[in-house]
Ligand binder design. Structure first.
Ligand SMILES: Cc1cc2nc3c(=O)[nH]c(=O)nc-3n(C[C@H](O)[C@H](O)[C@H](O)COP(=O)(O)OP(=O)(O)OC[C@H]3O[C@@H](n4cnc5c(N)ncnc54)[C@H](O)[C@@H]3O)c2cc1C
Length: 396
């Protein structure tokens, strides 16, 4: 990428150790992870090689407190690592980032016993999953139908099912959201819990074949009367909505970092191609129409990246979690930028861009998901728009 983007990264304010980690990951992505991406995309196999590579670098330590065996970094550094990884292989980035997103609520809401039990395994390279979406719907979270009912011993029985769960078949820990029907409103009923793989009654579906992110594992889960010990409730009975919001405030910037990684990789591919492909006796970048396309792609990327670092800084400055509109703006801007840049990158490659196995063709398919998961962009647009409603009513 050009010097413009490098300058943007210098404003990030990472410390020397963080800068070194980003460089180290960048080298490994270039040397090992990116070269494997096409084969993993074609086979749809889970990228265990890449997970081993990341674990060799101790990457899970980034989101684990030192007292539980980690070497934590700032959230901006985490986002930068997700971006770098996504440039090489979005599926691997999503696998790693989902583990962070699932573990974050455990760090914030978990009891000391829960942390002591689960964090060492994750620090050691384990994976985690978040199970919210159900066959009945994903956008309307409060309409989920999985239930938790108390049994005679004071533990809970989990019934229901989930769909499209990233890492659901490879996770060492699954954060599940379900409802306790005895409580009053859907919001009060929502409860988060920690579910271990191998729990009797937990049935894991086969890995879904997908348009993009093909090596990221996506499965359905079925809960056939799983017994969940009461001590596995996360954040307290009826506190699921609070847990969920805190989690989404971190996971949405994280998906945006994936989008920007995908968009950045597509931009680089396009720039490389238009500089070397000639038609009518000149480089295609010599045509003004192509220059305009590249200019629009660069502008979208630069603006989305600078807003990514803005939201990252808001998280690091904490402790307030009141940046959900900023996070929604980021999610929409970054994922729409990624889709638009990847679409134009295919266009600029002409027929070659339409061929299976061309890098931009994979990036184009990967980019689409970023507009759908972590809340479809229409939902985010509605939230952003609603935030400008004058509470005093019309005509005031
Ligand atoms: C590859 C992949 C991985 C995923 N990983 C996970 C995971 O790890 N954990 C998890 O819990 N979920 C996961 N999901 C689920 C994902 O978050 C949902 O698919 C997403 O939130 C949309 O929900 P839905 O599919 O039920 O679509 P629906 O809610 O049925 O919505 C369909 C479409 O309707 C429109 N729409 C819906 N509501 C509104 C509205 N209020 N205003 C305007 N338009 C609207 C939007 O265009 C939306 O895309 C994953 C999905 C995919 C595809």
């Amino acid at each position: 990428m050009t010097a413009i983007f490098g300058a943007l990264d210098r404003d990030l304010g990472l410390n020397d150790l963080e800068e070194e980690l980003v460089l180290q990951l960048g080298r490994i992505v270039e040397r090992e992870i990116a070269p494997r991406a096409e084969a993993y995309d074609r086979s749809g196999a889970f990228p265990w090689d890449n997970i081993r590579t990341l674990n060799g670098l101790g990457m899970n330590g980034v989101f684990i407190p030192a007292e539980h065996g980690g070497t934590p970094t700032s959230y901006r550094c985490f986002l930068r690592l997700v971006e770098v990884l996504s440039r090489g292989c979005a599926s691997t980035a999503n696998t790693w980032a989902t583990t962070f997103n699932a573990i974050h609520p455990l760090l914030v809401f978990g009891t000391e016993e829960q942390k002591a039990k689960y964090l060492p395994r994750i620090a050691d390279g384990g994976l985690a999953a978040i199970a919210i979406t159900e066959p009945s719907g994903g956008s309307d979270v409060l309409a989920l139908q999985s239930t938790l009912t108390p049994d005679s011993t004071g533990d809970f029985v989990l019934r229901g099912g989930k769909s499209f769960i990233t890492n659901g078949n490879v996770a060492d820990l699954i954060v599940v959201f379900a409802k306790i029907p005895e409580l009053r409103t859907p919001r009060e009923q929502l409860t988060a819990l920690l579910l271990e793989p191998g729990t009797p009654g937990l049935v894991v579906g086969k890995s879904e074949a997908k348009l993009g992110y093909r090596a990221s594992a996506t499965v359905s889960l079925h809960f056939d009367e799983c017994i969940v010990p009461r001590e596995n409730v996360l954040g307290g009975v009826g506190q699921g909505f609070t847990v969920l919001l805190a989690m989404l405030n971190r996971s949405r910037p994280c998906v945006s970092a994936q989008a920007i990684g995908i968009g950045g990789a597509a931009f680089d591919e396009a720039v490389r191609y238009v500089n070397h492909r000639t038609q009518f006796g000149q480089r295609i970048l010599d045509f003004q129409g192509v220059q305009f396309m590249i200019a629009d792609m660069a502008s979208k990327l630069a603006l989305a990246r600078s807003w990514l670092w803005r939201v990252g800084a808001l998280v690091d400055e904490g402790p307030a979690d009141d940046f959900d509109i900023e996070a929604s703006i980021l999610k929409v801007a970054a994922s729409d930028a990624a889709m638009s840049i990847a679409t134009n990158a295919v266009q600029l490659h002409g027929g070659a861009g339409y061929m299976t196995g061309t890098k931009v063709e994979r990036l184009y398919r990967d980019a689409k998901l970023t507009q759908i998961f972590e809340g479809a962009n229409e939902l985010h647009r509605a939230r952003i728009g609603r935030s400008f409603l004058d509470r005093r009513g019309p005509g005031t």
